[in-house]
Every structure is written in C-alpha cells, then in structure tokens.
Design a protein around this ligand. Sequence first.
Ligand code: ARG
Ligand code: ZN
Length: 872
Amino acid sequence: TPIRLREYRRPAWTVDTVELDVDLGIDTTDVTSRLVLRRDPAQMLPLRLDGEGLELLAVVLDGRALDAKSYRHENNVLEVDGAHDGSVLETRVRIRPAANTALEGLYLSGSRETGFLLTQCEAEGFRHITFFPDRPDVLARYTVTLRADRARFPVLLAGGNPDGAGELVDGRHWARFVDPHPKPCYLFALVAGRLESIRRDYVTADGRAVELVMWSEAHVIDRCHYALDALERSMRWDERTYGRNYDLDVFHVVATHDFNMGAMENKGLNIFNAKYLLADPDSSTDEEYRAVEAVVAHEYFHNWSGNRVTCRDWFQLSLKEGLTVFREQQFSAEMNSLSLKRIEDVSLLRRTQFPEDAGPLAHPVRPAEYREINNFYTATVYEKGSELVRMIAGHLGEDGFRRGMDLYFERHDGRAATIEDFLAALGEANAIDLKSYLAWYAQSGTPRLHAKGEYDAAQREYTLTLSQQTRATPGQPEKVPLPIPVKLSLFDRGGKVLPLHVDGEAAETEKVLVLDKTSQRFVFREVDAPPVPSLLRGFSAPVVLEYDYTPEELALLLTHDADGFNRWEAGQQLAILAFDALQGTGESAACKAWCNALTALFENDAIDDALLADLLTPPGEIEFADRQGEVDPVKIHAQRQELQRRLAGRLGAPLLLDRYRALAADTDQKLDAASQAKRRLKRRVLELLALLEADQAHALAARQYGAASGMTDRLAALGVLVRGRASQAAAALADFRQRYADNPLALDKWFSVQAQVPGEPALAAVMALESDPAFTLKNPNRTRALFGAFASTNPSGFHRTDGAGYRLLAERLGQLDALNPQIAARLATAFNGWQRLEPVRREAARLALNGLSQREDLSANLSEIIGNVLQH
Ligand code: ARG
Ligand code: ZN
C-alpha cells in the first residue's frame, strides 16, 4: 500500500541525542546505538523503530538488558515495551558491508583488499545501519565513535567536528566526531579506509576558520584540485548571494566510484560519485568540468537548503532539491554564462522532465503518494521543482527573494519544513500571497500556453490573448489554471524592440504578464504596425508555448532578439517547422529560413562561439518524439539527420572547413569560457561536415583524435568516427580502450560512445561490450554508461522493430534488480512512453514489460516503475 501525503502524522517518538559506536570490519560491522527518547504525550503510541537487514544482538532499555518477551522484531520494525519519555534505548546490531550490493546503508567501495567503507543514507539507508525512527522530521544531535584496524582503515571520518582520536590494543584505533547541529538521520555519514587528502584553510565571512578537505584513493587525489577550487567559489557565492555561512570547523568531501546517485550532502561529510568530483584535462570533457563545479556547489548549498532547514517528510523532497537546483543554476550561470546555462537547463528539462510529465510516470513536484521514495528522485522533483522556485523568485524580484529566503532560513533553522512553510515565508517577507503557486506543486503535466496576437490598425492596438490547458495525467483527470508568468517583448518587422504601453503606462521594452485564468487578453497601445512578439523570454515558465509563428518571424527573432535564450529558442522553433515540412519534397520555406538565418550568423564574427554551436544544433530526437502522436524513433533519427544535412549543405563544405581549420589551429586546453566555446563549436562544425563530406571529416577527426591534448577534443573526434562508422573508428576505439584501461570514468565514455551509435548496429555493439572484461552490472556508473546510454539516450538504437532492444534491457533489469534495485528502477524508466510507439514496437515493448512484471522476485523499486509504466 502506498504512503500518502494527507496521512502525515507527527512522530510518536523522537530522539534528542544519538551515540553511535561503530566497530568497523569489511565482512561484519557491529553498531551500538544509544538513543535518548522523547515521547509525544498527545499520541502515547508504543516505541517502534525502523531496521532492515540488521542482525539484532542486544536490546538494553534504561540500563536493563531486555529479554525477547519485551520486544518484537518483525517486518523491518523493532517494537520495544516499557519505554517512557526520557528513556535511553541501547541496541547492538551486526551488519555486512561487503555483502551490500544495493549501495544503501554501509557498503564497500572497491575491492576487499584495497577498498574503503562508506555510507549512503538518503532516503532510508540509516535503517540498514541501526534501529531508528528513520524519517526526516526526527532531528537529533549525534556523537559518533568509530573503531577499526589502523593498518586497514587508517582514515576514520564521520559528520560533525572531530572530538578526539587514539590508539587501542591489537593495532586498532578510534576517532570520535560530535555534530552540534540537530539533523535527520538521512544526513548521517561515515567513511573508513585508506584515503589521501588535499586541504585548504578557509575563513567564512562571519569569521569561522574551517578546514576544507577532499579525500580520494591515492592515485586520483591529484584530480581533486578543481573540485576544491569549486568548493571555495561555492562557499563565497553563498555568503555573497544569500548571506549563508558554513557552520562546522571541518568540511570533508569524499570521492567514490561506487555510488547510486550523483552526490550526497551528508552534514560535514559530503560523499560524491567520482564522476562529479574528479577532473583533469586528460580524462574530463569541458561539460564534465562544468558538472563537477555544479554538483560541488549543489551539495554545498544543501548545507542550508536541506540540512539546516530540512524536509518534514519525503513528499517535501523538492523543498530542498528544487530549491538547491535553482541555487546551483544561479551559481553556475554567474560563473559561466547566463544564456548558455539557461539553454542547457531548458534542454535538460525538455529531454527528461517533459517526457516524464507526459507519460505514465507523471507525478506532481510534490507527489501525493508513493511506494518507494527512491523512485521519486526525478527530473520532476529536481528540475521542474527548480523552475517553480525560479518563477517565484522572478515574481518577488532579486531583493524580495533574498528577503524571503532570509526569513525562511531564520524561521525554520534547525527544523523540518514543508512547501507551505516555504511559500509562507517568501510571501510574508514581501507582503505578497504566494499560495496560488501551490497548485504548481500539486498538479502534474506540462501546461500548454497558447498565444494569439491581433493587430487593430485603426486603434493602433495589439491584443495578445493567452490561454492555458493541461492534459489529463494518471490519477489527475481534471486540471486547474496555474499562474504563468509570461515575460515578453515586441519587435517591429525590422527587428527593433518596441517600447510597451500597457494601460496608458509607458515604456519599458520588456514586461511580465501573469496569466492565472484559463484565458486572458492583454492590450498594448500605440503600436504602429503588427509586431512580432518574443514570448516567454528566458523561459519564464515551464510550459509548452504554442504560437503560430511564420518562418520569417522566427528568423527575425533568431537574428535580432537580445534575449540570448529566446534567440536560441526561435531557432529551435524554426528547426521544428523545418522538420515538420521535411515530409514534402524540395526546400520548404521554413528550412530555407532556418538555414539562411544560421548561415548569416555563422558568417558574423560578433556571435559567441558556444552560442553559435548551440544555435547550429536542432532539438534532440527525444524532443521531436515528444511532439508526435505515434512515434517511430528510426524515422525521427533519419529526418533529423536530413535536417542537419540541409543546414550543412547550405553552409557548404568550404565554409565549414575554413572554420574548422581556424578553430583547430588553436590547440591549447585552457578552461576559460572562450577556449571551451571554441572546442564546442569545433565539434559542431566537424559533425556538420561529416554529414556532407564524410571521408574528409573522418580524416580530420582521426587527425584530431591523434593530436588531441585533452578529453574534450579526443572524445568529440571519437564520437564523429564511431557514429559515422568510419574506417578509422576501430583503431581509435582500440587506442582509447588501452589508454584508459585504468581510468574507470574515462572508460565509461568508451562504453557510452559505442552504445550511442545510431540505428541497427547499436544492439550488437552493446552485446559485444557486455563481454568486455571491464563490464560489470555491479558498478552503477558502468551500468549507466552501457545500458543507460543505449536505452535512454539512443532512441534509434534501442527501439528496434524486432524488439531485441527491449528484451535485452528487460533481461538485464531482472539481473540488476537482484543486485541493486535503485539502479534497476532508474534504468527501467527507459520504457516510459512505450504506449506512444508505433504499433509494431509498442507490441514488442508490451511483451518485454509483461514478461518482466510477471517475475516473482522483483524489488519494490522496480515493480513500482514497471507497474506504473504498464498500467496507465
Ligand atoms: N540528496 C542528493 C542530492 O544532492 C541525492 C541523494 C539521493 N539518493 C538516493 N538514493 N535516493 O541530490
Ligand atoms: Zn540535492
């Protein structure tokens, strides 16, 4: 039975303080916990603690060892008789880290001989370590003592401030940590093993001396410097932007290659998937550098948005995740480029969240119910959640939002809060009622925003009619209108932006209209001729805009809009028109307009190289599929290729070659924005050239591969060779395989690039890669690199008419589920949208899914996803 938001009850028992004694070993670890308990006098319920996979060794209540009659241990709950307010409950349990393949709770990263122990507790991993009321609204103060063999585990870390360490007999040692800040148990963490560190002294704006420490296995510690710099930038930024200071004497960050998610914000002891911490030019692309900076910032920002103020229950997950993604996006935009970051974020939203919101897995940013919370760490909770915060921040303005955030942090510091609390604090600080935004949190589905303009020459008036509609989603047949901020400008037909006169008032050139009904009209006066509206500037709301632009109007915006995002968006919309017109023969007007406008921009030196690269990229295959009633992924791939071929043809080989050569002449691997932009454009130009003059492009790619001094250029070249099935591909792949044999993060890219080869050959490639000795289902990064890349990012390879892609995935999901249910469930979301496939593939997908759903041993994680995907 699902857990429901409306059934929330305060905890019957809470915990004031926790003392944990952990006796660490690879095969068995013993955990003793002493809880000082607080009882809610209004409830008077028996003491019940969560615990899963724990071997219970002893229960001691208020100093008396209990016999088995005084407690019951069944169905992952320990019920203890005789506890009262203020009681001290001691439990002793044994757990088995090396046997933990689910990577939740305490587990081993790496080999038995050289690996290290670490924890992952969010969302419900702490119950795999000890008995506890495992829910985020139980905040306690932690004292943690670790004991272990010194030679095998020289480094012992837990969250909080260090509070002593020393020797024990038999070559063992101990270390203690005290965390003065009350926290929920999902923020508990420990790490033990042979690790190296790099350190930096830091003084917060409010004067606290902090030691920042990055930890990793010895051979990769040199790759942590970039992350340490990024951490310092994040800390300064949060001081400057939100007045938030760090609050412990130490801040530890640990890298592991065995991690289910991206990273984890454990109090004072962040733990990272190595993919988001390690960076060096030889193994990381420019995109990965930016991802490291963003995730380091994200986890650090959680110290306030998540840790100091946490969530009352897991339904409120977006309270910390949406908010923290928003803060991370603001930071990254400031560190890099505002419009490029916005383009990247919106592309991600459209590629991941829009399809989620349009299919059987659709759920509100604040879900009303769930079975397995780990299935709700979704694009909707994170990315759409961030868009909601962005709309609210936009509504309040920069100063107003800061005022609101100050009040939110002050009012809820040290507590577990709700989304209502968040809206109330932001609203009250500004004397604005934000309650209408709550509907955005409760309603799933992407709203369609329809816009229509009418010009009255006699009155010199332009009337914009905005209306909204959201389609039914599973469990939500009826939809209500939402407040949709529509930022806009008007352009004349020469591309000049117009002053806006609304209700007699002049005269900015940009305005935000808020549509909060089903339909509304907005009148602009003193308009001399029919204007071209630039709507939803900066993507001011997470909606699908429907406006009947002509190709000429879009070309005008693509050329003249000063809003970098909307300029790109005009190009995307124009590419969509061109794509839709491809069915006909000959040049369509849209395709011509798209190609001509881009050619003019290509020849214009004033435009930023990175923006140009993005402008030259049409929407992805998943975005095109999202717009179609019945999906044939192979046809979409072919049509998108054709679209790009026409663009390449219009630009012409000589122009592309010239630009490629000019960009390739610059071979330094600097990380500044201009150098990154050049690499991005160089890659795009080479990809376009490959559609026109394959042999020549492949020769250039092979040269670039051989000469590359960094991963960005090397991987770009490899991608062109592999996707084009060039004769030089095999040699480059063999070289890459050997060169990075001992570098798992780089090797992951070798798996992915082959799993992403479009069309027919992908399946055979994936099956061959499975028998590479480096492949294992036990490592989440490796599994994602092969099967995630294949099933979730290669539609034309995965969606075969013979169904072999579906059968392979279903079979591996069954195996993976027995090892790691979280990863299996996540990978299974690749089946989302199967109902909209054309009939042959649809039937094949149904068969594969049915087969999987009939297995008896499925985890709660996987069966929830499969069940939802099949049901609706
Ligand atoms: N809170 C982490 C973040 O920064 C995500 C961890 C989620 N882990 C999980 N197993 N569900 O986004
Ligand atoms: Zn997060």
